[in-house]
Write a protein that binds this ligand. Sequence first.
Ligand code: ADP
Ligand code: ZN
Ligand code: ZN
Length: 797
Amino acid sequence: MTPACVFRVALDTPLKRLFDYLGPASGLFAAPITAGMRVRVPFGRQQLVGIVMEVATSTDVPGEKLKPILDVLDAEPVLDASALALLQWAADYYHHPIGEVLSTALPKAMRSGAPAQAREEQWSVTAQGVAAHAVGEPRRAPKQRELLGYLVVAADAGVAAARPADAPAPAGLDSATAADASEAASYAHAGAGGSPVAGRRLTDATRTMLDAPSVRGVSATTLDGAFPKWRETARALAERGWVTSAEVSLADGESRFGVKVQGPELRDEQRAAVEAVGESLGHFGAFVLHGVTGSGKTEVYLRLVERVLQQGRRALVLVPEIGLTPQLVGRFRDRFDTPMAVLHSALTDNERLTAWRGAFSGHARIILGTRSAVFAPVPDLGIVIVDEEHDASFKQHEGGFRYSARDLAVVRAQRADVPILLGSATPALESLQNVAGGRYVRLSMPYRAARAELPRMALIDLRANAEHSGISTPAIQAMQRHLNEDGQVLVFLNRRGYAPTLLCTACGWIAPCQECDARLTVHLSASRLRCHHCGFDTKLPERCLVCGFAVKPVGQGTERIEETLTGFFPGVTLARLDRDVVRRRGDMEEVVRRMSSGEARILVGTQMVTKGHDFPNVTLVVVLNADQGLFSSDFRAPERLAQTIVQVAGRAGRGTRPGEVLIQTEFPGHPLLLSLLSEGYDGFARAALEERQQAAWPPFSRLAAVRDSAKTAEQALEFLAEARKTAGKLPRGVKLLGPVPAAMSKKAGRYHAQLLVEGADRASLHHFLQAWLPVVEQLPSARKVRWALDVDPIELF
Ligand code: ADP
Ligand code: ZN
Ligand code: ZN
């Protein structure tokens, strides 16, 4: 028997293939099933939700084994042709099962069958109702009068603005969000056991996900929150014809678009950038916006998004991590009067579904998010923007599907035939090499927009200067000077906690992590010893566990630097920014607020301070230790160090006063530091790319890392050694390096190792992987380890 139609379905399994099914039992579904629709299918003894990837007319599966689709979940595709193409491309490029790629792309609730379109019950006032309200009706029913008044207010265009001060806030028009979320809860609930949303106060995050859509009424969920037992009241009003209810699809309402405030007049470089990308609207072009911190990159994004929105198209904006999202969201919201969908990792499943739906329906015109937002549905995509494109968090380097959102964003823009703008003060060397090769166009903005001067950088030789707990005398003196002149100071150290080591001065014992090849970090105020690699956490001992002598913390962490500085500058308020301080939503904002308001004068922080925050009054930046990045086995370490220094330096002197940057180092003669100081990031990048070319590291070659972990070091190495053996004679241009144990071989109780595959170019690497991986997957030793492939790894052991 030859079936008329066979549906090739992607399922969330580790198998790198599609699964064939017959159409559902006839007559059940009128609409044709097309690629991109979700279906429920039998799979072994389970039922799974999958995505139809292809519709075919023949199959290799024998007729009696071919099973029919059980259920079709969508009337229209939830992934359009270009989305499917992107996912397929990603699955091929990263050599990862398509089903697992799909599960990165779709919110969990969508994968368990939630409808793609959000519908909600909305209540609104009728014309008679408005008239009745105007004359004070219904006089003898205060509850009804109140509800009617509420709906009248909500019906006014400027709902939030027109809200009477004493009436319950019509969070009204965030209502779509709440309705969605509670509906979604019923789906997510079955599997996840999450808490239902109905009745819960809307979180700020929920609000930011989908801005007030221009709905005509107020959702039942909002009314639930605002008026206990409102249904009875509403029914009474409905009987008199004063209010009415409807099931509204959120996609129904045309979303508005307006510019709230005009931006400043662009400076020449900004205008040139906007024009260059603007001319590319409507077709693909890749642009690197290389602008120093404060040069006005965000303003360029805003202008381009404005153009795209004016053309009736939509914008996708990717940002590195959630910490930065609120700031950029704020800039977009201040500028545009239009719904935005915001997607980041801290959303609940329901919130994510809501944001996804906002994007899917086309209601949201700006889709802004972190890494996985690169897969968000954006109808009529007009531009892709990646802010801080060099940032490592765009690369998913854990778990199964390891992808680069920045690189996928370029592919996506290419497929959609729209421009992509990669912005950074410190572009990745890869991106600069793409500029050199003519594939990307560089747009430079070397000056600050607000006319502040760039900071002066200088090195402090740690060998020649006395040091007090990590801070040299010249640094202390400079801090004093800047504080005296009313400036603020930022002190950067990439290590949190009090001290990285707990040492016994009698026997030399150092508190180790039992699970990792690592020392435990002292957290003094919490009185804990913690492992920063596996999370191990124990009480801080007072005595050596071996000899019983007193122990002492050795080395510096941000917590200790804060303490030291408090001693040096009594009466000066300090703030600290690291992962120990920032634990909940809002913590980061609080630190930023304390600095911005001038309440805190010194900020001590880790990598977190290098990102995005604008502290106009910071005039001095002290980098406590530049040396970690100088001598690493990872060829990317110098690039990361240079980026960190330039980014942190960019925090200084953004106001009207010029800034000063002091970098403490034991290697003041290191060529990298010298090139950075004398020629800035450009000079550094040139030198670093030359080094990479000589050593044939990326981008002058292509890498993939096979990484594994096992219960013993031998097992971890054995699998990789066997994998290497199966490769046999290597094709031209391909090299295998390793296997070697990871630099931190033991981590979280497991032993880690790595085998590197180096290809002279992309094609040779991928041809090799395509032939080799299926063999590796079949190795019996593969089942004794956990392993994963990381294409274009950004961290090497
Ligand atoms: P970046 O994103 O490159 O760090 P921003 O876009 O945030 O830079 O701009 C830095 C500051 O300069 C902001 O306060 C911004 O409002 C201001 N700014 C940007 N462009 C202009 C301009 N053309 N004229 C005046 N101020 C500007
Ligand atoms: Zn001891
Ligand atoms: Zn550990």
